[in-house]
Design a protein around this ligand. Sequence first.
Ligand code: COA
Length: 260
Amino acid sequence: MSYTNILSDFSNGITTITINRPSKLNALNSATIQELHDAFDNANEDHDTKVIIITGSGEKAFVAGADISEFADFSEAEGGKLAAQGQALLFDFVANLGTPVIAAVNGFALGGGLELAMAAHFRVASDNAKMGLPEVSLGVIPGYGGTQRLPQLVGKGRAMELIMTAGMIDANKAQSYGLVNHVTTLEELIPFVEKISGKIMRNSPVAISAAINAINAGFENGVDGFKAEILEFGNCFGTEDFKEGTQAFLNKRKAEFPGK
Ligand code: COA
């Protein structure tokens, strides 16, 4: 499938989705959000895709936020709809995908850009990256999950400060906060993320998907994560991957997971 605002490439079990509006620092307009939804959906449905990497084109930005030019004239109702649609189409959608999603943060990740990175299952940043949720400087608040996911990742006090000051933190501080797992040079970013993807791909895709569900359950209001874990754990015993994984171990050979 061809897209206008993004690129999607498949190689060696990895689909890499690249937001490709470098002249606008990859800002997320509604057309880009729709294309990202379609690309993530396609990659998730593709049996050969074991890991999805999301990144930005150019050397300056991952994503510099939602496209401010698109919503500057919105009414209250339109603003609410923008957040609800964006969360459903992209941010919650990505967070709940069964295929692992890694954000390779290659520069500015601001507003909706940081929210997209936080919706991914984990993050790696290049050392030029700058991250923040500057929405209050525009008279609005983060609307794509940022007020929820930032405190989950860095703690309430740090999230309060970062959001209230509309400040930016660099990659090393983001790592010390637990917002990103690793920091690399810009050149090493994608090879490094591909290396982690290789480690993920050795394991059962079905079990990884079940683990994502169980981990996410613990962050959902009114859901008992321990119960979700028991359910997902039990379900694994009915999968071909479980039979292959246990037989391979007992027969002292490498598992070849069918992904079923
Ligand atoms: N929405 C729409 N356009 C954006 C954008 C956004 N969030 N962020 C950057 N752009 C556009 C700029 O308008 C500019 O377009 P132009 O050349 O047609 O004027 C282009 O991208 C380059 O940005 P510029 O501001 O010139 O780059 P810079 O290096 O001087 O500054 C930033 C970089 C990231 C600090 C600055 O672009 C910025 O503050 N962006 C907005 C960040 C933000 O508030 N995000 C949250 C939105 S809710």
